[in-house]
Design a protein around this ligand. Structure first.
Ligand code: 13P
Ligand code: SF4
Length: 348
């Protein structure tokens, strides 16, 4: 039997912060700040590990200094491969925690430790643990966008780039799955694999803003555009996609598809990399406005927006905002993450 009903435990109310307003820097000021960051990285033997959704200046700096700009799977892989003593993670909290879990001997710094994620916030470890206790017959698969404590309770961690392959593999072995926290990604994976999945009732506040009917209208205005959708989006948006996939998969699609126009349903931070790799393609943000929209996030993650050159420089200068993980939690959480990395390696 396939469970299509999301888990209905009372989810905590998630406080979505306002987007921080970073003061505009004059070109000379920005250059000086970047030079200071480069010097501090050298002093600390550090590298930048940045996600595609953070500000373009941070992505550019990561590339200029031999760091990485990637999706959450590749960020984890890069951190584990790197010989640097310090990982400066520009992204959200779970990305820094994953880096620390995989590299306990390294110092992991983040520009702002308050940069969390609505999926992580919506899946507290105690409630999640109760849910797991109620379903001991199920293999526990959690999305990377969760706390270290939640990962410590899981059999597998997955990211959007590898979720389908891992769930298909488990389904072929006859395993029933308990999935958390993103119900949209969970439903997408369930539909494609046919796996028996019990879903936690969580969602990403950014991707939930994309509305099916508004996308349908926009597609009519751009009939030749390919529609690219991150699978954290609701079903009615995913159903209109030409390509559904991780941030890396969507960037690849812009480079490889012959279309000249693309409608993109994911955080607009991704446009920096898309423009860089495919400067002649026209990129149209998928609509967030319309009936039912709150525009709390307006297609830009407020937690990703907490990363900036200014607070990156401050954290590298002072050593503040270091990630620490309880060793007992780390010992268990690393098992579910390493399983994912080993699986991904086997697929290469
Ligand atoms: P990716 O792993 O596809 O980069 O997604 C991470 C994320 O938080 C998307 O909202
Ligand atoms: Fe979390 Fe959504 Fe922000 Fe990604 S975009 S970090 S899933 S809130």
């Amino acid at each position: 039997m396939t469970h299509d009903v999301a888990h209905k435990l009372a989810s905590p109310r998630i406080e979505v912060p306002k987007h921080p307003e970073w003061p505009e820097l004059a070109p000379a000021e920005k250059q000086a700040l970047k030079e200071r960051i480069k010097r501090l990285l050298q002093e600390r033997d550090g590298v930048l590990v940045a996600h595609y959704y953070v500000d373009g200046d941070l992505q550019e700096l990561a590339e200029e200094t031999g760091g990485c700009v990637a999706d959450s799977l590749e960020m984890a892989r890069f951190g584990a491969r790197s010989n640097a003593r310090t990982l400066a993670v520009c992204g959200v909290r779970f990305m820094g925690e994953t880096a620390k879990i995989l590299n306990p001997e390294k110092t992991v710094l983040m520009p702002d430790l308050k940069a969390t994620c609505s999926l992580d916030e919506g899946c507290p470890a105690d409630l999640f643990s109760d849910f797991c206790d109620q379903h001991p017959d199920r293999t526990v698969v959690v999305y990377a966008n969760t706390s270290a404590e939640v990962k410590a309770r899981a059999d597998w961690t997955v990211t959007s780039g590898i979720a389908l392959d891992i769930v298909r593999h488990l389904h072929e072995k006859g395993e029933k799955i308990l999935w958390a926290p993103d119900k949209h990604l969970g439903r997408y994976v369930q539909r494609l694999t046919g796996a028996d999945m019990l879903l936690w009732d969580g969602a990403c506040v950014v991707h939930e803003e994309f509305k099916g009917f508004a996308l349908d209208r926009l597609r009519r205005l751009h009939p030749n555009a390919a529609v690219l959708v991150h699978p954290e989006s609701p079903d009615e948006v995913v159903d209109q996609a030409d390509v559904v996939g991780s941030t890396t998969a969507l960037i690849k699609a812009v480079q490889e598809l012959p279309n000249e126009e693309f409608i993109v349903a994911t955080d607009d931070g991704i446009f920096w990399k898309m423009h860089q790799l495919a400067p002649n393609k026209k990129l149209i943000p998928a609509p967030t406005a319309g009936e039912g929209a709150t525009c709390e996030s307006c297609a830009h993650c407020p937690w990703m927006a907490m990363n900036a050159l200014q607070n990156l420089e401050a954290t590298l200068r002072t050593g503040a905002n270091e990630i620490h993980i309880d060793p007992a939690i780390r010992e268990r959480a690393v098992v579910s993450i390493q399983r994912m990395l080993d699986f991904a390696e086997g697929r290469r």
